[in-house]
Design a binder for this molecule. Structure first.
Ligand SMILES: Nc1ncnc2c1ncn2[C@@H]1O[C@H](COP(=O)(O)OP(=O)(O)OP(=O)(O)O)[C@@H](O)[C@H]1O
Ligand SMILES: [Mg+2]
Length: 258
């Protein structure tokens, strides 16, 4: 008879296809004649559909890492493979959402969402309609960015990239500028969209609670060495209760390690 091994803590990304491989990544900057080593020997792999949070202190190199993954800047060592192919520049398979909205100020909400879309007019219109409703902005479709709140702008930013169905969504502290209540709303919205579309997400934050709430796996960056100090799978059931024992225990562990 076949014996079954009891799996105590399965990795949340076990059995998934690999989408992203980062191998021996390094980045040095030269400024004012000084050499600054920001990333060094960064190695990790991301599974298809995984929600990864990259957690680290200010200045440890989170944005630099995301910029390399987006193809905006080249690394000085190592390589990034997306579905087995080296990343050498920006591509439609990756989209970035920044902390501050990067909307076109002269375009309306719906025009911003439609901006990157190509295809038959009616199909684009239907898609925009769908995404307006997904992020709850149908009634604000004709507003300009300056006429809506910060939270609403981030919802436009989210709809604008999700409508392009990127394989990889890169987010750089996207909700950091929002007040606590708006931030919570955005976190829940992102989680529901992620459940629906099963994107792969790399989400940079320095907010420990945010990482514990969102991630399948947390990568803890080390500001001194510029590498990943620790990888922490988060096995808490969703939706996650912020005052549950498991949540608080992980929160405390991360606070101590950060
Ligand atoms: N183009 C550049 N030229 C020189 N130094 C740079 C450049 N970009 C970033 N750096 C330096 O690299 C380090 C890491 O910066 P980075 O923006 O990646 O940090 P971060 O973790 O995103 O910080 P924060 O949490 O404050 O956003 C910093 O010391 C920064 O000054
Ligand atoms: Mg940053």
């Amino acid at each position: 008879m076949k014996r079954h091994l009891k799996v105590i803590a399965p990795s949340p990304f076990a059995g998934r296809e690999k989408i992203l491989e980062i191998r021996g990544l390094g980045k040095r900057f030269e400024s004012n004649g000084r050499l600054l080593k920001v990333l060094d020997q960064v190695d990790f792999t991301v599974g298809e559909g995984e929600f990864i949070c990259i957690l680290g202190r200010s200045g440890c190199g989170k944005t630099t890492l995301l910029n390399i993954l987006a193809g905006f800047i080249p690394p000085t060592a190592g390589e990034v493979l997306l579905r087995g192919r080296p990343v050498s520049g920006p591509g439609p398979d990756r989209c970035v959402v920044f902390q501050e909205d990067a909307l076109f100020p002269w375009l309306t909400v719906e025009e911003n969402i439609a901006f990157g879309m190509r295809g038959p007019k009616q199909a684009v219109k239907d898609e925009v309609e769908h995404f307006l409703s997904l992020v709850g902005l149908t009634e604000f479709r004709s507003y300009l960015p300056r006429e809506i709140s910060g939270g609403m702008k981030q919802r436009v930013a989210l709809a604008r990239v999700l409508i392009l169905r990127p394989a990889l969504l890169l987010m750089d502290e996207p909700f950091a500028a929002l007040d606590a209540q708006a931030r919570q709303g955005m976190q829940n919205l992102l989680l529901s969209l992620w459940a629906k579309f099963a994107h792969t997400i790399l989400f940079v934050t320095h907010d420990v609670g945010e990482a514990v709430k969102m991630a399948d796996r947390i990568l803890l960056m080390d500001g001194d060495t510029g590498s990943i100090r620790e990888e922490i799978p988060v096995h808490l059931a969703r939706p996650r209760e912020k005052d549950s024992v498991g949540f608080l225990r992980l929160l405390r562990h991360l606070m101590e390690r950060l």
